[in-house]
Design a protein around this ligand. Structure first.
Ligand code: SF4
Length: 519
């Protein structure tokens, strides 16, 4: 993180800004966890890479603010994006990967050429994450390094988009005036137009961080990391206020996408070769509540299920307070396509900690949801996110997390050491757990999950599992795919198997993955 003092140390550049208050600044915690699975790995499509508040008028330090730079500057008149070499680097969660794919799709439509090597790029875009300080620091470090390149190549365009742009946009503009374009989470659909403005010579940094009420979900075929699987965002933002979390401040209130729109995008994806869709939402169970027309996740699953060519549907992230039994009934009924996997973060097993985190449920509720899901769909597996070392967490509180992990026996978990995020309610609490204790608890919970994962995976040896074959494996000569419960399987096969569903006999297991052979 930048030193707060640096906020005023730099002269402000000319800033044109979309206004309307955003003051502060989590896709879900799994974004930064030390995972016991490879669920969130690096995204690498050609040139699309993943690394793992304002008043309306005048700023207090001389910045020029306008409501909307596009209104002020007029529409772009030249197709300055066509042929431009672009490299897009993504930090953070699946939601960010989706946003990157969406922006890449929009630029693709305008004729941009994506390049693998950032050095070859005329436009370098960083899609940023604010969930943890580490992710922010990595972006700030890169911005420092890129100053020299900007000096060498004046025509090189540097853009920052996503959560950090939303939360820290003004600061980035002041501290890194060599950044050309800063685009917040609800202005991403304007990216190509804004880029055109920059390439036409608009004064930079161009800051676009308005929290527009009309949320764009994407109407183009996104550039994806995998030909056969795709993310599809169905809600943006979050209405919860978990005390440690920045998402409500970086992504705004929850907005759902109409069922027809979701189905239409799913159709486009399937027509483009997609077999598996992962529906994304911060609290996926509240999908449709804001539409006020009885839309809900179960109805959406029923609407997607008949799509020919669509083989698998998944959804993340579930919230223990919001998960309803009808969802499990629907999952059981549509079990040929709706996959039996629920990512539902407990965060802690201690009621006292859950209260301090303002999670809105108790441990007993979490277990009721797990039991109800397992009763309706015996095949279902759970993934958990955990925070260790949250403010005032005692040994006894931590042991409650250990015992919840043992009781549920998650397929896999993401475990995080708590660190305060600026602007969150928990900033007012005392971050009083020593780093050494956080490390110890982190290692212990991860170790326990590793042991449980290995035991569960070994129990699958001898099973025949349905696997969607996604790509060649990192293990030479092998293929990789995922089981119905999203476990990675490596097995021998030919290129003709990629993009098909295959039955694989499980022959071996590690905590992270399975090995098998085609049957
Ligand atoms: S439910 Fe809580 S942790 Fe998840 S995005 Fe919303 S505020 Fe953040």
């Amino acid at each position: 993180m930048l030193d707060p003092a640096s906020r005023t140390a730099q002269p402000i550049p000319n800033i044109v800004q979309l206004a309307q208050g955003t003051a502060l600044a989590h896709a879900h915690d799994h974004d930064h966890a030390h995972s016991t699975t490879g669920v969130s790995g690096p995204l690498s499509t050609r040139g699309v890479e993943s690394a793992d508040h304002n008043p309306d008028l005048c700023g207090d330090d001389g910045a020029v603010f306008t409501k909307n730079p596009l209104e002020q500057l007029g529409r772009a008149s030249h197709p300055l994006v066509a042929g431009t070499k672009v490299h897009l680097l993504t930090f953070g969660c699946q939601m960010n990967k989706y946003d990157s794919a969406m922006v890449a799709g929009l630029l693709d439509e305008k004729g941009a050429a994506f390049v693998e090597d950032p050095e070859q790029a005329q436009v370098l875009i960083m899609n940023t994450c604010s969930v943890r300080g580490h992710a922010e620091d990595r972006v700030y470090n890169r911005l420092h390094v890129l100053k020299e390149r900007k000096r060498r190549e004046p025509g090189f365009v540097l853009a920052v988009m996503g959560c950090m742009a939303q939360k820290e946009g003004e600061l980035i503009a002041k501290k890194f005036p060599w950044v050309d374009l800063i685009v917040g989470t609800r202005m991403l659909d304007e990216f190509p137009r804004l880029l055109e403005r920059v390439r036409e010579g608009a004064r930079t940094p161009l800051l676009a961080i308005e929290q527009k009420p009309d949320v764009y979900f994407g109407e183009t075929v996104a550039r994806r990391e995998n030909k056969y699987t795709a993310y599809l965002t169905i809600t943006r933002g979050c209405n919860k206020r978990c005390t440690y979390c920045v998402v409500p401040y970086t992504r705004g209130p929850e907005v759902s996408r109409a069922i027809d729109d979701v189905v239409a995008e799913a159709r486009r994806l399937v027509a483009d070769g997609v077999m598996e869709i992962m529906l994304l939402g911060q609290t996926i169970d509240t999908y449709g509540y804001d539409l006020k027309n009885d839309t809900n996740l179960s109805k959406l699953l029923r609407a997607l299920h008949p799509l020919e060519g669509l083989k698998r549907i998944r959804f993340i992230t579930s919230h223990p307070e919001e998960c309803r039994e009808d969802l499990f009934t629907t999952m059981a009924e549509l079990g040929d396509k709706v996959m039996p996997f629920i990512h539902m973060p407990p965060q802690s097993g201690s009621d006292r900690m859950l209260r301090r985190m303002k999670r809105g449920y108790k441990r007993q509720r979490y277990m009721e949801v797990v039991r109800a899901a397992r009763k309706a769909c015996p095949e279902v597996e759970f993934c958990g996110d955990w925070i260790v070392g949250f403010c005032s967490e005692t040994d006894e509180d931590f042991e409650q997390s250990v015992s919840l992990m043992e009781e549920v026996r998650f397929q896999n978990s993401y475990v995080f050491k708590y660190s305060v995020r600026e602007g969150t309610p928990a900033q007012k609490l005392d971050d009083d757990i020593p780093e050494s204790v956080k490390k110890e608890r982190h290692a212990r919970l991860l170790g326990l999950q590793e042991q449980i994962s290995l035991e569960k995976n070994l129990a699958r040896v001898g099973n025949i599992e349905e696997v969607l074959v996604e790509s060649p494996s990192k293990v030479e000569g092998k293929l990789s795919g995922r089981t119905r419960t999203h476990l990675m399987v490596h097995f021998s096969g030919g290129a003709e198997h990629i993009g098909t569903l295959q039955n694989v006999k499980i022959t071996g297991a590690t905590p992270l993955s399975l090995q098998g052979e085609l049957v």
